[in-house]
Design a protein around this ligand. Structure first.
Ligand code: HEM
Length: 550
């Protein structure tokens, strides 16, 4: 590329101007260091400043610069270079509060790499590798630490625990919902109290009949789909997804939503849309400034379709005095709270449908995958269930299911291997100390959940294998270890999963009902190893599983 700089243009960047640009870069770093700006606002200011410089240079063309575009590029190139250089120098310097923590230096420079591996779904594996190399504390971003220690659970238990900015509502919509980060913890607690009524012991008990009904429908769905299939097999994961959406349609909207995916399939790609609504904050949210910018780019048709469909369901529910299902749905609690705007209802409903379907589906699918690929486990569970419930089609009372040790062990083992979450929090004012190391306030911290959940220090022997017996006293011999306190599947503290009790009830019930009713095997075409290798962060993607029912 040949470039000819005009003499007037070069001389326009006089030493004084160059010094000014360097200073502007330094001031920008200083300002952003004190207070992070919204990425989209910063990008807009930058573009406007560039346009203004260009316009001024064009007007003064004859006496300042013959090529205003080159002049503007030089100015902004130098300014950007200067701001980035000061930022990089600070992040690499011994003056940074996290300077004492090890980690790859490219992570110290920018959160972009971490965002990328989050999007790729291999985050938990990469973090595990980094902990092997650098030890229990790894600096994985300019201001972020991953901690591979059981003590890191204290991050969540603290009453001051605050979600990181990756939980801001995408596009900074001013609506309040559970899950997303609120301007104050008080707002979060107030909304959480409304939800708690539904997921209290009494609330979960009244959801049981609808769980039963939908699970019987699931069994009809499995049999119908298998009988219609050319290969005589069916996609079990897809069936569980459809079941969980129909169930959440009842739990959230009392059945008024007409969500009937088991009967009608998913022609509008709701499941994909909801998954994208989770994937985007979970990955791009790791660089909140980037998320702010990307949110303005129209993409993710299915995601917006999902949000629009949920908004329609909320409108329908608001027009129904008595929903079809005889239960108190989430909407009834939210409506009764009295002062919740409709946009909040829409956001809360979307959170409930998404939160209540993806994780449960994935854990149940994994439980079957592991049971069918680890010889003996399916039969052991069948024996336990058959002893407790001699009539395989009879009632399965929740309290009796909750008391079955091997059933619980299957659920916990599937959660252990299938919830490699990254749940970041901000260290509160005053900092905190973990394992004798001081972590300064405002640092973003997260437990390395996957590493803890597969560490031989916590789960022994064979931590990478699905061995439910480890959850039973000496189940795998006298050295058996199963450290429940590091199972971070539902997180902990103020922001822990609100529906943990309900999720356990669902998982126990569906697994028990299906294991009692069917003999199952993985189809011949199913590649057990490829499936295991393909299990990514469950929030990002999840491969399908084909099975055969008899
Ligand atoms: C196996 C099933 C489930 C798992 C593993 C799971 C896991 C989690 C985790 C790890 C969190 C904390 C997220 C974070 O801070 O990043 C969470 C929060 C949440 N979960 Fe679940 N979840 C499950 C089922 C459900 C169900 C059935 C619902 C029903 C609506 C639900 C609704 C929520 C909500 C609303 C929050 C936000 C709570 C808050 O911020 O106060 N989850 N869940």
């Amino acid at each position: 590329m040949e470039l000819k700089l005009s003499s007037s243009c070069v001389s326009a960047l006089s030493p004084l101007l160059q010094f000014g640009l360097l200073l502007a870069g330094l001031l920008t770093w200083g300002a952003l260091h004190c207070k992070a700006a919204r990425g989209d606002h910063a990008a807009l200011v930058y573009v406007l400043a560039f346009a203004a410089t260009y316009a001024s240079a064009s007007r003064l063309e004859s006496n300042v610069c013959e090529t205003p575009s080159l002049f503007s590029i030089l100015i902004f190139g130098m300014y950007t270079f200067s701001a980035l250089t000061f930022t990089a120098l600070y992040r690499l310097s011994p003056f940074h509060p996290l300077a004492g923590y090890p980690g790859p230096q490219y992570c110290w420079l920018s959160s972009l790499w971490f965002t990328y591996i989050s999007f790729r779904g291999r985050r938990h594996l990469v973090l595990d590798e980094l902990h092997r190399r650098y030890g229990p504390f790894v600096r994985i971003g300019p201001n972020t630490l991953s901690i591979n220690s059981p003590s890191a659970m204290s991050i969540y238990a603290s009453s001051n625990s605050i979600k990181s900015d990756s939980y801001l509502t995408p596009g900074h919509v001013p609506n309040i919902s559970l899950y997303f980060k609120q301007p104050t913890e008080k707002l979060h607690s107030a909304r959480r109290r409304v939800w708690e009524s539904l997921f209290s012991a009494a609330g979960v008990a009244q959801l049981y009949p609808v769980l039963e009904k939908r699970t019987w429908e699931l069994m009809h769905c499995l049999e119908r789909r298998q009988s219609l299939s050319d290969t005589g097999t069916l996609n079990l994961t897809e069936c569980f997804y459809h079941w969980s959406y129909d169930l959440m349609g009842d739990v959230v909207f009392g059945g008024s939503s007409e969500l009937e995916l088991m009967k009608e399939g998913d022609p509008r790609n709701l499941i994909h849309g909801a998954k994208m609504a989770n994937v985007i904050p979970d990955s791009f949210g790791q660089s909140p400034w980037l998320m702010d910018i990307l949110w303005h780019i129209p993409a993710g048709k299915d995601m917006f379709q999902f949000q629009k469909r949920v908004a329609d369901m909320v409108r329908t529910r608001l027009n129904v005095a008595k929903p079809p299902q005889a239960l108190r749905d989430l909407m009834s609690y939210l409506i009764e709270a009295g002062n919740i705007p409709q946009q909040d209802l829409e956001l809360d409903a979307a959170v409930a449908i998404q939160g209540g379907s993806g994780n449960t589906t994935v854990t149940i699918s994994l439980a079957f995958y592991f049971m069918l690929s680890e010889p003996g486990t399916f039969d052991t569970l069948r024996n336990e269930l058959a002893k407790a419930f001699p009539d395989p089609t009879g009632a399965l009372p929740p309290a009796e299911l909750a008391a079955l040790p091997y059933l619980n062990a299957v659920v916990n083992e599937a959660l252990r291997l299938g919830s490699p979450f990254f749940v970041p929090r901000i260290v509160p004012v005053g900092g905190m100390t973990i394992d004798g190391r001081f972590i300064p306030e405002d640092t973003i911290v997260a437990i390395a959940a996957y590493s803890q959940q597969t560490s031989p220090d916590n789960f022994f022997p064979d931590p990478m294998r699905f061995r439910p017996l480890r959850w039973l006293q000496d189940g795998l011999g006298p050295d058996t270890k199963a450290n429940m306190s590091v199972l971070a599947s539902f997180s902990a503290g103020n922001h822990a999963c609100i529906a943990k009790a309900f999720a356990y009830q669902e998982m126990r019930y569906v697994i028990a009902r299906l294991v009692l009713a069917y003999d199952m095997s993985l189809s011949d075409a199913f590649d057990i190893k490829a499936f295991r290798d393909g299990i990514m962060s469950v929030r990002v993607a999840f491969p399908s599983m084909t099975s055969l029912f008899q």
